[in-house]
Design a protein around this ligand. Structure first.
Ligand code: ZN
Length: 136
């Protein structure tokens, strides 16, 4: 290998190392964002629901036992009806975050589920658990 070619080869190796390093940094950054989001969601969920399967993000809406007479039961049902949609929305978000963390582990994080292209970094910053790119 002559000197010129050797320099060129070293440059390519350097670039590859840089890309790999950037990828690693990117994954570490987003993994911590996702873990923070997961903890926040679990905290909110635990106020209104009890976990069925925490690993999968399955929760069940609970309601306080206020009493047993008719009026108390009505209040309990009302509270349940109020919490249910909140719980379902939080649960769905939590499951998205769990799936995104799976993708971090399997090395497919940051790619669109639909067209397999890279998801825009701004989109991921706004929503780290985004599954698709802006176009899809
Ligand atoms: Zn796409």
């Amino acid at each position: 290998m002559d000197r010129k070619r050797l320099i060129c080869y070293t440059e390519i190796v350097n670039i590859i190392f840089k890309i790999m390093h950037m990828d690693k940094k990117f994954l570490i950054e987003f993994k911590s964002l996702l873990l923070n989001e997961k903890a926040e969601l679990e905290k909110s969920l635990e106020r209104i629901a009890k976990p069925i399967n925490k690993e999968r993000g399955d929760y069940e809406t609970t309601f306080e036992e206020i009493g047993t007479d008719r009026e108390d039961n009505t209040t309990e049902v009302e509270e349940y009806a109020e919490n249910l949609p909140v719980e379902m929305a939080l649960e769905k978000k939590l499951q998205d975050v769990i799936l995104a963390l799976d993708r971090v582990e399997s090395g497919t994080y940051g790619f669109c589920e639909n067209c397999q292209k890279e998801i825009e970094i701004d989109r991921l910053r706004a929503n780290p658990s985004a599954k698709t790119c802006i176009k899809c």
